[in-house]
Design a protein around this ligand. Structure first.
Ligand code: SAM
Length: 289
């Protein structure tokens, strides 16, 4: 079994299996051993860890993960990759390959079955066409996860890490930061992949909190407020929360809540911190009760 993370071996595997790269599955295979080491290091694995890898592709990263973790469950949607993975990962007894769509797998059950329900680590070079839905699913389902270490488009990584006042700050930043501490650990140029993507990439590690850093009485309402604020980003909060059909907030109630928090009634959502959104949600909930 050759190590895949170098161009010649990757090309050899692709040719040997006459594999056609599927754009629709976001297939950009890593061909840089330094980047593969960097991701594996960032995931901080030990022999007790069970890793879920999303989209193993040809198995380049899986080979690295298998060396550091106790067990790797690799979930790949493309059936054509399964015989290739069986070959490139042969001899690695701690790897299990599942042919499935990660959006449809019952992850809670999988973690129960494979790791007795104990927290697992997710590691992936994510397919870019579906990055945000995958991340949101992993976070919102409150699964037993310790960390999520992923390669994503650079702009998406910046959005996850951004705070108030930054142009990248938005609903994704707040959602991620409610559940996890986000840290960009590496930037990766297009020439580290076959085929080369049109964008720069970054590796980001999300370390999940046991308890969220802020508490909101009704998380669902808080996230509706956050989404409504950024759907109409340039509008004042008073208007964007009033205009959002699922909230239809009373303008006077929003004004009173903002002023009681020492925030200008003209404020836009992009100025508020996560703590302030939680407080605003609680105050508006009280008015509704
Ligand atoms: N891990 C490999 C690497 O780093 O070379 C491949 C990464 S490639 C960017 C993304 C992989 O995710 C592809 O193998 C693709 O087929 C797979 N994939 C795409 N959508 C998926 C889904 N919904 N569920 C599971 N795997 C998926």
């Amino acid at each position: 079994m050759d190590t895949l993370g170098i161009p010649s071996n990757t090309i050899e595997v692709l040719q040997k299996h006459k594999f056609t790269i599927q754009k629709k599955f976001g297939q950009n295979f890593l061909i840089d051993s330094h980047v593969l080491e960097r991701i594996t290091d960032a995931a901080q694995l030990n022999s007790q860890d069970c890793v879920i890898e999303i989209g193993p592709g040809l198995g380049a990263m899986t080979q690295y993960l298998a060396k550091s973790a106790g067990r790797v469950i690799a979930v790949e949607i493309d059936r054509a990759l399964i015989p290739i993975l069986e070959e490139t990962l042969s001899g690695l007894s701690n790897v299990e390959i599942l042919n499935a769509d990660i959006m449809k797998v019952d992850l809670r059950r999988l973690i129960e079955e494979k790791n007795g329900g104990r927290p697992v680590k997710v590691v992936a070079n994510l397919p870019y066409y579906i990055t945000t839905p995958i991340i949101m699913r992993l976070l919102e389902e409150k699964l037993p996860l310790q960390s999520i270490t992923i390669m994503v488009q650079k702009e998406v990584a910046q959005r996850m890490q951004a705070g108030p006042g930054s142009k990248d700050y938005g609903a994704l930043s707040l959602a991620v930061q409610f559940y996890a501490k986000a840290q960009i650990v590496a930037n990766v140029p297009p020439n580290c992949f076959i085929p080369r993507p049109n964008v720069d990439s970054s590796v980001i590690r999300l370390t999940l909190y046991e308890e969220p850093p802020v508490s909101a009485q009704d998380e669902k309402r808080m996230f509706s407020i956050i989404r409504a604020s950024f759907n109409q980003r340039r509008k004042m909060l008073i208007n964007s929360l009033h205009n959002a059909p699922e909230l239809a907030a009373d303008k006077e109630a929003v004004r009173t809540a903002l002023l009681s928090m020492g925030i200008s009634e003209k404020a836009r959502g992009e100025e508020l911190t996560l703590t302030q959104f939680a407080r605003l949600s609680d105050l508006l909930g009280k008015d509704r009760a």
